[in-house]
Design a protein around this ligand. Structure first.
Ligand code: NOJ
Length: 442
């Protein structure tokens, strides 16, 4: 038993977090470029203008991926790099950049796994009301169609959208780009992105691109801290309003009655047109699951405070609960009778600020190794029980721009020196390399 030889081992990043080169080669700004310049939005007042500079240093990234020996690299295309206005004109320099990236990966024997939308809407489209404007469905499928036709032969794995919840955080809660705060618009934005996903799947099938297409949705299962009716109700409410908002229509074919009736009575129900539900539920080839943790909740703030004293926590104060990956895999199979393969498209943990160095100068990220080892054990258990999981992508290849946490939360198995832009393996990079070798029997 255990992981099969053809199980895909990978590392993940996204364009808006690693590329930099924000104004180079004719790229247009994204909503994160603009949002990050608003004082107080990003920790330390930093921006993604340079990040890890992968736009100029992709060879460094390929070298590091090869060092670890991964089979695949999950990355994303910056929409405003290939289409600075969001629609219409293609930017040749941007297209050439990704051509070179995919060629370099394929030459190194590393399969590109490409996400079309990882939170970085072209600012030009935000100026037309962004994800709230229903026209975004057409804008996104035009962009997707172009990418499938250009890169369909060289990219074997595609995801339409990464973590659609980011639109809600950006349009309803105001915490992410574009920083708007309107509940009903937030619901419309997250509905529109799921319809746009379906339209992109149709574009993929029509383009004749080879390969597989899916979507990436994160699951943060709520857990009742106390065994009480109130806490159990809170779990249901939060599960419904968070991850189930996305998995229900995409994997199950409809929003839940609970969600629809609550949004209706709260006056925040989005406009759902005829045909939207079947489009959101288009057959896909795989489900990309991002899973980092569970979320213990209670209506009683004292119970919640006690829990955070008594549990098993990492240095960054997040709970160490590696069974989260097993629970999430089981759950989606039970809820939706899932028949398509699953990829774990993200899993990992962060330090706050820099990790300490050992005597050999290598960063000692023991907490990360403990976290990964625990998750991989539970993943193996799921595989052994027969769940069809085909791959695992560790987040992240290197320390990068962690959205509102700036460069302060460090998720990398390579450390990034943000002055010299050099990347060096941490202990976890050696650990992951040895782990992959071992499971492949090399
Ligand atoms: C979710 C997102 O997809 C990614 O962009 C982010 O950096 C990681 N998880 C870690 O928070």
């Amino acid at each position: 038993m255990g992981f099969k030889k053809d199980f895909i081992w990978g590392l993940a990043t996204s364009a808006g977090q690693v590329e930099g080169g924000a104004a180079d080669g004719g790229r247009g700004p994204s909503i994160w470029d603009v949002f990050s310049t608003v004082p107080g939005r990003i920790h330390g007042g930093v921006t993604p203008a340079v990040c890890c500079d992968s736009y100029h240093r992709f060879d460094r990234d390929v070298k590091n991926l090869s060092f670890v020996g991964v089979d695949s690299y999950r990355m994303s295309i910056s929409w405003s790099r290939v289409m600075p206005d969001g629609t219409g004109r293609l930017n040749d320099a941007g297209v050439d950049y990704y051509k070179r990236c995919f060629e370099a990966l394929n030459n190194a024997g590393i399969k590109p796994n490409v996400t079309l939308y990882h939170w970085d809407l072209p600012q030009a489209l935000e100026e037309k009301n962004g994800w709230v404007n229903r026209d975004v469905i057409g804008w996104f499928s035009e962009y997707a169609d172009k990418m499938f036709r250009i890169f369909g032969d060289v990219v074997p794995l595609w995801s339409t959208v990464n973590e659609p919840i980011a639109t809600y955080v950006g349009y309803a809660l105001g915490a992410f780009a574009p920083g708007r705060r309107n509940e009903k618009e937030g619901n419309q934005a997250r509905h529109n992105i799921l319809v746009a996903h379906g339209a992109a799947v149709d574009a993929f099938r029509a383009s004749g691109a080879k390969g597989d297409i899916g979507i990436v949705i994160d699951i943060w299962k709520r857990h009742a801290i106390r065994d009480t009716e109130e806490d159990r109700r809170l779990v249901i409410d939060q599960d419904e309003r968070n991850w189930k908002f996305y998995t229900d229509p995409v994997l199950g074919g409809s929003y839940s009655d609970y969600l629809l009736s609550h949004l209706q009575s709260e006056g925040t129900l989005m406009d759902i047109k005829d045909g939207d539900l079947p489009l959101m539920h288009r057959p896909i080839d795989f489900y990309g699951l991002n899973v980092y943790n569970r979320v213990p909740v209670s209506v009683d703030s004292r119970a919640a405070a006690d829990f955070s004293q008594g549990g098993n926590f990492l240095n960054n104060k997040t709970e160490y609960y590696p069974k989260a990956v097993y629970d999430a895999i089981r759950l989606v199979h039970e809820l939706y009778d899932l028949k398509i393969p699953v990829y774990i498209t993200e899993n990992g943990t962060y330090s706050i600020g820099e990790e300490a160095r050992g005597a050999d100068g290598v960063k000692e990220d023991g907490d990360r190794i403990r976290y990964l080892a625990g998750f991989l054990e539970w993943l193996e258990k799921a595989v052994d029980e027969g769940f069809d999981v085909r791959g695992y992508y560790l987040w992240s290849l290197m320390d990068n721009f962690e959205w509102t946490a700036g460069y302060n939360y460090r998720f990398g198995i390579f450390e990034t020196d943000f002055d010299t832009l050099e990347c060096r393996p941490k202990k976890s990079a050696y650990w992951y390399r040895d782990f992959i070798k071992k499971v492949k029997g090399q």
